[in-house]
Write a protein that binds this ligand. Structure first.
Ligand code: NAP
Length: 274
């Protein structure tokens, strides 16, 4: 991601965003774009302190404000502490981007309970714990209309695999399908309180999670057969969408999953026949 990707507009000035799993990949891109849009950013990480510090440095060097906070989002106490640190540093939280996610792939019949629980624990339970804490904070703090039309914004980073089944990754697909109905259900429940809840469902984005799918030219060519727009996505493609979803520009967008995938969900296998 390069600096000239940022709009330069401070449309999130005065707001505070927690981005889970922002020491790397898509989360790092989102943290940087939110920082460039004027938000105070809490850069959450689980183990990669160096990555998180690097993201904080990039944001502060660009004139923004950010801190790194360690927390395992699958642990209730860690999530509570992360919110307490965020609130004691910046006063409140206005935006949650629930992005932390992992894959633990295995053929279904060989999948262990640990592989299942780890992926569900981080990708789905982590989303629950962070969203619940965010909603509690939005309600505690109350409206600040000069900062944002909504009481608060929650954005889940889901996946096209909330739609597309994925053999060999059933724990991951189950977690993302779960995030989709979790998002819609809390959007229904929290809408009357003006808490805006949405997801972004990325297609293939170049990050460490899927390095083997794009790092050689043969792998990338294979991947491109699944993408009608014929380019593999970059974190900034998701980050710009997140800034828009966090801003008042999308104030009437609620309970939706925005697919950002270069057309992967158009089922390109059907382009010639079917
Ligand atoms: P990534 O580069 O591997 O980043 C994953 C991030 O999650 C890291 O910052 C990692 O932090 C964090 N994380 C892992 N376990 C955590 C935990 N228990 N608590 C807090 N943070 C934790 O992968 P990515 O591609 O950017 O993935 C980000 C999100 O996008 C995931 O939800 C993924 O499912 C989704 N997604 C990615 C793609 C894609 O093509 N890349 C497509 C669709 C959806 P540490 O390194 O510090 O542990």
């Amino acid at each position: 991601m390069t600096a000239n990707h940022s709009s330069g507009e401070k449309i999130l000035a005065g707001q505070t965003a927690i981005v889970t799993g922002s020491s790397s990949g898509i989360g790092a891109g989102i943290a940087r774009e939110l920082g460039a849009a004027g938000a105070n950013v809490v850069v959450n990480y689980a183990g990669n302190r160096e990555g998180a510090d690097g993201v904080v440095r990039r944001i502060t060097e660009g004139g923004g404000r950010a801190i790194a906070v360690q927390a395992d989002v699958s642990r209730e106490e860690d999530v509570a502490v992360m919110f307490r640190k965020s609130i004691s540093t910046y006063g409140s939280v206005d935006i949650l981007v629930s992005n932390a996610g992992v894959q633990k792939d295995a053929p279904f019949v060989d999948m262990t309970i640990d592989q299942w629980n780890r992926v569900i624990g981080i990708n789905l339970t982590g989303a629950f714990l962070c969203a619940r804490e965010a909603a509690r904070e939005f309600i505690r703090r109350g409206p600040v209309p000069e900062r944002s039309s909504a009481l608060g914004k929650i954005i889940f980073i889901s996946s096209v695999h909330e739609i597309i089944p994925w053999a060999g990754h059933v724990n991951y697909a189950a977690s993302k399908g779960g995030v989709m109905l979790f998002m819609k259900s809390i959007a229904q429940e929290l809408g009357p309180q003006k808490i805006r809840v949405n997801s972004i469902a990325p297609g293939a984005i170049k990050t460490p999670i899927n390095r083997s799918a794009w790092e050689t030219s043969e792998a990338e060519a294979d991947l491109l057969t699944l993408i009608p727009y014929k380019r593999v996505g970059e974190p900034v493609d998701i980050a710009r969408t997140a800034v828009w979803l966090a801003s008042d520009a999308s104030d009437y967008v609620h309970g939706t999953s925005l697919v950002v995938d270069g057309g992967m969900t158009l089922y390109p296998g059907f382009a010639a026949g079917g």
